[in-house]
Structure formats: C-alpha cells, structure tokens
Write a protein that binds this ligand. Structure first.
Ligand SMILES: *Cc1c(COP(=O)(O)O)cnc(C)c1O
Length: 381
C-alpha cells in the first residue's frame, strides 16, 4: 500500500458489532467480565480502549512499526520512552531541540541520575565523540525546531546499532508522510500527534512507535503504570485528522516552498532557513531521508531584535500568533520568547537561535493570500 492509502486504511476495520466505518468513541472506564479474568480483551481503560487501539494501529502502520502506544501528549510519549533508562545512563541529543524536550531532559530526568549531552548533530562526528561507557540513547529531532537543521538518521542509527545504543527520532516535524525513521534504521519514533497527525489544532496527543519488543514492553508498562493516556474522544480526533494527512502535507509543502522563495527575496530579511533550498547546507541529506521538505520556514530580520520580531508578528492577520504547528491554519511564532524561552539565552545563541528568528507553520490556505499577509507585515518593520 502507498502512503495515502495507508492513511485511510492502515490497521482499520469496520466496528465488529455495528459495521460502523469509523471506530466508535468508546467512552467507558471499564469493561464487564464474564467471570474474574474472563473478558473480551479489555479490562480497564487506562490499559486499553478500542478507540485508542484503532489510532495506535493506524500510526504503527504509517511508521512501519510493529506496534504503537498512544499518550495524552507528545511530552507524555517522551516521558514514557525515557523511563526505559536507569540512573547513570547517558543520552546524547541535539543543542537545537524542542524546548519542552530540553526541559523534560534537564529538569526531570537529570534529577533521577540520567546524564545528557547536547551537541551540534549536523555533524555525526560530534555525536561519535560524545559517546562514553554509559551511553544508551541517541535522541534525534529532524528537521530541528526552529532552525530546520537536518540530522543524519541513517548514519547515526547504523553507528548506534553497532554500539548497542538506542536511537529515538522525534518525527513530529516531518510526520510519517515525509519521513519514516524506522526504515532508515532508527529503533523508536516519537510523535506529538498534536501537530501534523491531528492537523486541526483541536487535540493534544502523543505516540511512541517501534518494532523492538523491549522498547514496546516498556511503553506498554508505562501506559499501564504511569497512565498518561489519551481519552477516546481525543483518539478519535487524531484518527480523523490522519485521514487527510497526505493531502494536507502536500499543500503545506507546496505553499512553504513558495513562501520561502518569497521571503528570501525580501530586502528586510537576513536569512531564511528552509531545507528545500538547493543551497541549504544539508539539502542533499534532507532529500535523501525526506520525500519533501515540510511546511515549516524560519527567518531572521536584518534588524535582529526582539522588538522588530514582535512588531512583525502583531501585523500578520492570516498567520495567527500562537505556539504549535502542523494545523490547517498558518501560525507564526517567536521561539526566543515562546517555545524556547525555557532554554537559557546563552544556550540558544550558541545553537544559532537569533533574537529576531520568526518561525512559520504554513497551513493550507491559498499561498498567495499568505504571501500578501506577510508582505503587509514586512511594511510594519
Ligand atoms: C510539540 C512538540 C512536542 C511536544 O508535544 P506535546 O503534544 O505538545 O506534548 C515534542 N516534540 C516536538 C518536535 C514538538 O513540536
């Protein structure tokens, strides 16, 4: 099956009791047992819920994983993944990471004795040289948020496999529509389904997929034990969103291409970050692991100040000023004061996150209207 077909049919079947084409929203906390321990596969809804199972089967199908566990948020999925580690274990990650991931690593798991090193993952050598005896995990985000750097999933996964290290890829930005990390050699994939998978800015959710039995045993154990599970209504919404992932992604990619080209030629712009540009330093790598370049574009102003970025953002009308990404509506954000405010300024600047950096999540409106909207905002700065 090709991707667009999978996004409708992967792991799905009509409801056995009614023939309903979409899985019912099983709004129940528990299930009747015929005798103690004798039941139809479900005991208690923290552990399993059929609406959640339908979503899990779908995402597993899209990522080519044997299994998927869904969580109440992307952060919930990351938290469950990290709990496979033990005190003294060491994780290598990127210095250009989603702010919430950095916070979870340094303000939660570091307190429990897990060690983290943040390196520039654009160069595999930086990862190789950060490995030490306790290294158990390489955590990759690609394209990175918000700088849209690309990390070599194939290269790092094959190195990690030889060294007995788990490779985890946060695939939120690309979505399985553009990039399938397990096929490139990674061991596990994390999603914030809040973003492209859900696609309509109406639900928070997360997923962890893998074909590795140990990783999924830990994921299932954390579902049952820590219990960060999504409700059935949220699972239904995410599943509904996924059905149009392929169409939405195609339009977002096409519009982002046009918008990146427009911004690049604007006299008030210093730099545009978009991996689809042929002169993006990692364009070839992006093309080798992604089927298109995504719907995200970041840029800096020649006048590199927080104030100018704020003025710009308060003058767009179609681009809504908001955190998050991947919805049908275009969003604009300022990482230094929003999503990445929890990363210390020195760390931010070291990774190249400038004060005026503006990030666009390009939705599926007509791209000409989006360009006109940006054009007016440029007049304000
Ligand atoms: C949003 C996001 C997360 C966190 O997901 P939530 O659903 O907000 O908890 C993790 N990683 C990336 C790349 C994200 O964009």
């Amino acid at each position: 099956m090709r991707f667009a077909t999978k996004a409708i049919h992967a792991g799905q079947q009509a409801d056995p009791s009614t023939g309903a084409v979409m899985p019912p929203i099983y709004q129940t906390s528990t299930y009747r047992q015929d005798a103690p321990g004798v039941h139809q596969g479900h005991e208690y809804a923290r552990v399993t819920n059929p609406t959640r199972t339908a979503l899990e089967n779908m995402i597993a199908g899209l990522e080519g994983a044997s299994e998927c566990a869904c969580f109440a948020s992307g952060c919930g999925a990351m938290d469950a993944m990290l709990k496979i580690l033990r005190p003294g274990d060491h994780v290598i990650s990127s210095n250009d990471l989603y702010g919430g991931t950095y916070r979870l690593f340094t303000q939660v798991f570091e307190h429990y004795g897990i060690q983290f090193d943040f390196v520039d993952m654009r160069d595999n050598e930086n990862v190789f040289s950060a490995v030490k005896p306790g290294t158990r995990m390489i955590w990759i985000e690609t394209p990175t948020n918000p700088l849209l750097n690309i990390v070599d999933i194939r290269g790092l996964s094959s190195f990690a496999r030889d060294s007995g290290i788990i490779t985890v890829v946060d695939n939120t930005f690309a979505s399985p529509c553009l990039q399938q990390p397990l096929a490139l050699g990674a061991d596990a994939v994390i999603h914030s389904t809040t973003k492209y998978l859900g696609g309509h800015s109406d639900v928070i959710g997360g997923a962890l997929c893998s074909s590795d039995a140990n990783i999924m045993a830990n994921a299932r154990f954390q579902v049952k034990t820590s219990g960060a599970v999504p409700g059935p209504m949220d699972c239904y919404l995410a599943l509904r969103g996924i059905k149009t992932l392929s169409l939405r992604m195609r339009q977002s990619c096409e519009s982002a291409r046009q918008i990146a080209g427009y911004i690049r030629n604007h006299p008030k712009v210093a730099e545009v970050r978009y991996p689809g540009f042929e002169d993006h330093p990692q364009h070839k790598l992006a093309a080798s692991q992604m089927s298109d370049f995504g719907g995200m574009v970041s840029f800096t102003l020649k006048d590199d100040s927080v104030a100018k970025a704020h003025t710009f953002m308060s003058n767009t009308h179609l681009f809504t000023l908001a955190e998050s990404l991947g919805g049908v509506e275009s969003l604009i954000s300022h990482p230094a004061s929003m999503t990445h405010a929890s990363i210390p300024r020195e760390v931010r600047e070291k990774s190249g996150l400038r004060e005026s950096l503006i990030r666009l999540s390009v939705g599926i409106e007509d791209p000409l209207d989006l360009i006109e909207d940006l054009d007016k905002a440029f007049e304000s700065v």
